[in-house]
Design a protein around this ligand. Sequence first.
Ligand code: GCU
Length: 403
Amino acid sequence: MKHNLISTIFALACTLGVSAQVGNVTVSQYGSEPLKIGSVEEWEQVHRPVIMNFFEQEVYGLMPDGQVGITYEVLNECPNALGGKAIRKEVAMHIAGLDTPVLILMYLPANAKGPVPAFLGMNFKGNHQINPDPAITPSPNAPVYKGDPERGAASSRWPVEFIVESGYAVVTLNRDNVDPDFDDGFQNSVHPLFYAEGQTAPKANEWGTIGAWAWSLSRVMDYLVSDKAIDSNKVAVVGHSRLGKTALWAGATDKRFAIAISNDSGCGGAALSIRKVGESVDVINRSFPHWFCDNYNKYRNNESALFVDQQGLIALIAPRPVYVASATLDQWADPEGEYLSALYASPVYELYGLQGLTTPMPAPEQPMNSGHVGYHLRTGRHDITLYDWQQYVDFANRHFGVK
Ligand code: GCU
């Protein structure tokens, strides 16, 4: 009986904007406030599905229901990479219908006694840029920027030695190898693989590029669960900036990710949209029309119509740990808005008896990492640095029980 009631109310509430009463809870517009929910049961059965539905229909777009054939091929494995510190492994993900495989690069700690926890994240400009290691196969489709040295150019963003010495694997793939980061009307890459007969572009509520990137992270996770060197119960999904938006969406849609980490993800990521500090919903959709679903355009200069702000996205990850980081000079990403989202999602963690954030935004270099919602503000510009990674390793150590 109770179940029927909840299903009926849920069906009602799924019609966005409709208010419904469940017990003493009103499911309506959640806005940009702290999420106040009565119980874990209400959260899981009513609010979480409604909020998930909103982000799927109106922000990132639905990922496809359909299946596509994917096979994984270990291309090579080198037991003494990085001067003997790591095992380097490359895996090709062959997606039926695509000519070019997606290359997954892995570094695993050498001499591990068993399966290791991992950080999985996409890179901006190619696997070969994360480390000067000359044996890395360059990612196909990676953009070449004028004057941009290739190998190792992004190594400050990927402190691979530090991560493997901390006992974690690094797993990465290139965004453009999955779905090129420009507006081509979704004519190439993964979107067309799922078009219905006669369809030529995603519908207004179907996935954009961030959705495709997040989907690909789940497809890498499909591989990781089969790799005996990886402890697939301890995979943290991480990303910087647009790839931080992606990491949050991947963490929300795939519960296999044990931790989600957003580094400077800003608008459409951790930052509250209603504030319009730095990048706005209008500007991001104008500059990057391919990132979100078409329905998101409804909220340009109309943020107050958002059913729930980005604190809802963070809450979708609960009760799994989530970490949000900002940088002082990164006003485009609105550090305070990023902090507030994490704060406003915290009541959902508290329902589970877990520690969220409760105090005002901390000063730079004062990480708040003792609970299930972590946050730090780093001095400096929009970037992901060794300092950021040190906090993520520390946070993961606590939750994964790594010494
Ligand atoms: C631009 C964009 C941001 C994005 C960032 C990045 O600045 O406006 O939304 O996060 O690029 O990905 O580096």
